[in-house]
Design a protein around this ligand. Structure first.
Ligand SMILES: Cc1cc2nc3c(=O)[nH]c(=O)nc-3n(C[C@H](O)[C@H](O)[C@H](O)COP(=O)(O)O)c2cc1C
Length: 350
């Protein structure tokens, strides 16, 4: 599909978002396992602190683990000072990233104490400097993921002025999370703001927020005029969503490593595959992180985020949550899947 992202050699403009606790190497591998071989989707790391990155050891830091020959990787950094950003990027270049993303959307208290994340959104000149500095040390595309608004609401004039400054500073593309910062991840995302913003920009604009189905992702490009769609939580419930999109675009190839010829489509097919995906995810967690307490923690977190798409998701989550070891959790998931088969819901309200 041709959009302005094609200028950056991105021909499949659908991607999976950075998510702390989720978008690590095992999750990215799960997504790729459900994506046709010919497609290399852009997949983000969890947000990475530029204060910690310089002293981190690649073979030890679990949030920096990558798969062998991983392509399409976009590490996301939290940063504001050149003395931290420069060595952070140097470190990240060893991961052979496709691009580097700057976080300007995180509203968490800890993030705010360093004056980065969504706080950058409060000062466009300061934010533009962060882009300029990052570009100075990168020989790959630099993007920014930002909130559409600060506080309770979206001020379109401000958003336009802010993105003017980022574009002038050399940002190669941007993702807009269509919620204001105080909304956190709740409530409806306002996709209506995207049309004028996208027209105003000379660089690709990617939509994020409340994209739950393949149709949502495609509509954003065809009806709201953006250049790409970034899926976050819904990709945990339907990690085959990129495959569904590819399928709708006529790219009918089966996903790599799957015995299914077509992506799951009906609620029943999706519900069945959901449990298979959770088991597969557990396997990938063990592959990268062992049968460790951290693997179990990550598995529980994944189920916590993805299970609302099941009609009895809370029941499923509670059943697994009390597991003390990976093996126990895996046994419970497998028997739950046969005891309580459920369709997957198309959309949930956050
Ligand atoms: C558990 C969790 C962790 C997140 N971590 C990050 C992050 O590290 N960096 C970031 O830019 N956004 C992060 N986000 C925000 C998502 O990338 C996305 O913008 C948000 O969830 C809205 O998309 P959705 O409605 O499709 O979920 C996180 C969201 C969740 C739910």
């Amino acid at each position: 599909m041709v959009t302005r992202l094609s200028q950056l050699k991105v021909d499949f403009p659908f991607m999976v978002a950075p998510m702390v606790g989720l978008s690590h190497v095992a999750f990215r591998e799960l997504i790729r396992a459900y994506t046709p071989e010919a497609i290399t989707p852009l997949l983000f790391t969890e947000m990475l602190s530029s204060r910690r990155l310089p002293s981190e050891r690649l073979e030890r830091a679990e949030n920096l683990f990558v798969a062998e020959n991983e392509r399409g990787l976009v590490p996301q950094i939290l940063g504001n000072e050149e003395r931290f950003i420069a060595p952070s990027i140097e470190k990240l270049m060893a991961l052979n990233p496709w691009g580097i993303d700057i976080n300007m959307g995180c509203p968490k208290k800890k993030t705010l104490s360093h004056n980065w994340g969504v706080l950058l959104l409060g000062d466009k000149d300061y934010a533009a400097d962060v882009v300029r500095v990052t570009k100075k040390y990168c020989n790959v595309p630099v993007s920014v993921k930002l909130r559409a608004g600060l506080g309770d609401s979206i001020d379109l004039d401000y958003l336009h002025a802010f993105t003017d400054a980022l574009e002038a500073a050399g940002a190669d593309w941007m993702t807009i999370h269509c919620r204001a910062s105080r909304q956190k991840h709740r409530g409806q995302a306002d996709w209506e703001i995207l049309q004028t913003l996208s027209q105003r920009r000379n660089i690709p604009i990617v939509a994020n927020g409340d994209i739950q189905t393949a149709q949502d992702a495609l509509r954003l490009i065809t009806e709201f005029g953006v250049d790409g769609a970034m899926i976050a939580r819904a990709a945990t419930a339907r990690p085959w969503i990129l495959w569904q999109i590819a399928h709708q675009l006529g790219e009918g190839a089966p996903a790599r490593g799957r015995d299914l010829v077509n992506p799951p489509t009906t609620p029943e097919e999706e519900g069945r595959e959901y449990f298979q995906a959770v088991l597969r995810f557990a396997f990938m967690l063990e592959k990268y992180f062992g049968k460790s307490p951290e693997s179990l923690q990550r598995l529980k977190f994944y189920i916590g985020v993805s299970s609302p798409w099941l009609p009895y998701g809370h029941h499923f989550w509670k059943t697994i949550y009390s597991s003390r070891e990976m093996d126990e959790a895996v046994d419970r998931i497998a028997s739950y899947a046969t005891q309580y088969p459920q369709p997957l819901r198309s959309r949930v309200s956050h």
